[in-house]
Design a protein around this ligand. Structure first.
Ligand code: FES
Length: 161
C-alpha cells in the first residue's frame, strides 16, 4: 500500500480566493463605478445643456426708401416687414409646408424647398403649402418698430407710427 502525500503549500503560492469574495469585489467595483459616473453627471449639471435662443421680440429699423408693398427682411430674422399708407405690418417668412425660409420675389414670396408661392399678404397661390403665412405683431414704441415673431395677429393688422 502506498500513500501519497501532498506537499505543503509554499509561502510563495497565492492563496485561493473564494468565489463568494470575487463576486463581492465585483459588486463593490460596480457600485463604485456607478457612484463615480453619478458624480461626473452632477458636476456637469451647472452647465446649460441647451443653447440660448434669441428673443422672439426684436427692434427693426425700416429703410427710409422702402417702397409701398416692398418686403424688408431684417438680417438674421425670418420676418418680412412692409410699409404702405395704412401702416406697417409683418409676415412670417417660415413656409407653412415644412418650415423652409421663403424668399421675397416680384410677386410676393417663393419657397426654395418645394416651390410654394405666396402673395405679399401671405396668402398661398401655389402649394404644397397648406395655409397662408401668419401675420405677426408689430408695435411702435419710442420711435422704434418692435416685432414679436411669437405673436400672430389677424391678417390685415397694420400699425401706424
Ligand atoms: S417647405 Fe416650403 S414648400 Fe415645402
Amino acid at each position: 500500500m502506498s500513500t501519497t502525500t501532498t506537499p505543503p503549500p509554499s509561502r510563495l503560492d497565492p492563496e485561493a480566493v473564494p468565489r463568494r469574495d470575487v463576486l463581492g469585489l465585483a459588486a463593490m467595483a460596480s457600485a463604485a463605478g456607478a457612484c463615480l459616473l453619478a458624480l461626473v453627471g452632477m458636476l456637469r449639471m451647472p452647465k446649460a445643456a441647451v443653447l440660448s435662443s434669441p428673443s422672439k421680440k426684436f427692434k427693426a429699423v425700416l429703410p427710409e426708401n422702402l417702397a409701398a408693398g416692398e418686403a424688408f427682411v431684417p438680417p438674421g430674422r425670418s420676418v418680412a416687414l412692409f410699409r404702405d399708407a395704412a401702416g406697417v405690418h409683418a409676415i412670417s417668412t417660415v413656409c407653412t409646408h415644412l418650415g423652409c425660409i421663403i424668399k421675397p420675389n416680384a410677386e410676393g414670396f417663393e419657397c426654395p424647398c418645394h416651390g410654394s408661392k405666396f402673395l405679399g399678404d401671405g396668402s398661398v397661390t401655389r402649394g404644397p403649402a397648406p395655409r397662408a403665412l401668419p401675420w405677426l405683431k408689430v408695435s411702435h414704441t419710442g420711435g422704434n418698430w418692435i416685432v414679436d415673431e411669437g405673436a400672430p395677429v389677424p391678417p390685415g393688422t397694420k400699425v401706424q407710427a
